[in-house]
Design a protein around this ligand. Structure first.
Ligand SMILES: [Zn+2]
Length: 235
């Protein structure tokens, strides 16, 4: 029995969904009924996201860095992909409420299956997902400002955030429930955490440590862009 707890970190888990909102139903066929212009716009954002992700990092002298997109390209890729995803999802759900959108889609079984297939068949997606989920939970930037130390590892930093900022919002919000190795990097946990990254980015807050931002946004984009291309371009 899962007892509700007030501390952050014990929030509801997408693997134990509650009652879905009655007013929002996921119907992917609604995307097909969209006007040609509307669909083209959503698809154009997805292609721009893919192009940004593929852009080589010409400004980096470091060979390893050059293969990865620059932080600007990663941010662009992530934001374009989110706009495309949002357009597709608001159509499929007939709702423009982002929170509902994430809550309903994160527990949608057909999307869980699609996501698992994509991760299993695409090495790059799997690597990005490993890199992304190894940094979970992602906290709301404004809630953990001033706590990070420059030399610590991500794991040490997360531990410090949890102890020193127990009320900080974070995703997966259920991470402390998963005391056996952390939350699984499945569709539900991944979508919710991508949405946390999106909120951190769109609200213009940046953490003090650029390298960590690069890793979080870069790996999140490496997951989100192929998912969105699959959903809206059917590729
Ligand atoms: Zn969970």
């Amino acid at each position: 029995v899962l007892t509700p707890r007030k501390e952050k970190g014990y929030g509801d888990c997408p693997n134990f969904p509650g009652t879905p909102p009655a007013d929002v139903v996921y119907r992917p066929d609604r995307y097909n009924d969209l006007s040609e212009d509307g669909r083209l716009l959503i698809q154009r954002w997805a292609r721009q996201a893919r192009a940004a992700l593929a852009r080589p990092n010409s400004r980096s002298g470091n060979e390893n860095h050059r293969k990865k997109p620059s932080i600007t390209s990663s941010f662009e890729a992530f934001i374009f992909a989110w706009i495309s995803f949002n357009g597709w999802a608001s159509r499929c759900l007939e709702s423009e409420d982002d929170v509902k959108l994430v809550n309903v889609l994160s527990v949608e079984p057909s999307l869980s299956d699609t996501f698992a297939q994509l991760v299993n068949s695409n090495v790059q997606v799997r690597q990005s997902l490993d890199e992304f989920s190894s940094q979970w939970p992602i906290f709301r930037t404004a809630d953990v400002r001033g706590v990070a130390l420059p030399q610590e590892s991500r794991a040490e930093r997360v531990e410090r955030y949890v102890l020193q900022r127990p009320t900080a919002l974070r995703e997966p919000r259920c991470h402390l429930r998963h005391d056996d190795g952390g939350p699984p990097a499945d569709w539900g946990h991944t979508l919710r955490t991508i949405y946390r990254v999106r909120c951190n980015l769109f609200h213009g807050t940046k953490s003090a440590y650029g390298a960590e931002d690069r890793e979080i946004v870069g790996s999140a984009a490496g997951v989100l862009v192929p998912v969105v291309c699959h959903l809206v371009l059917r590729e």
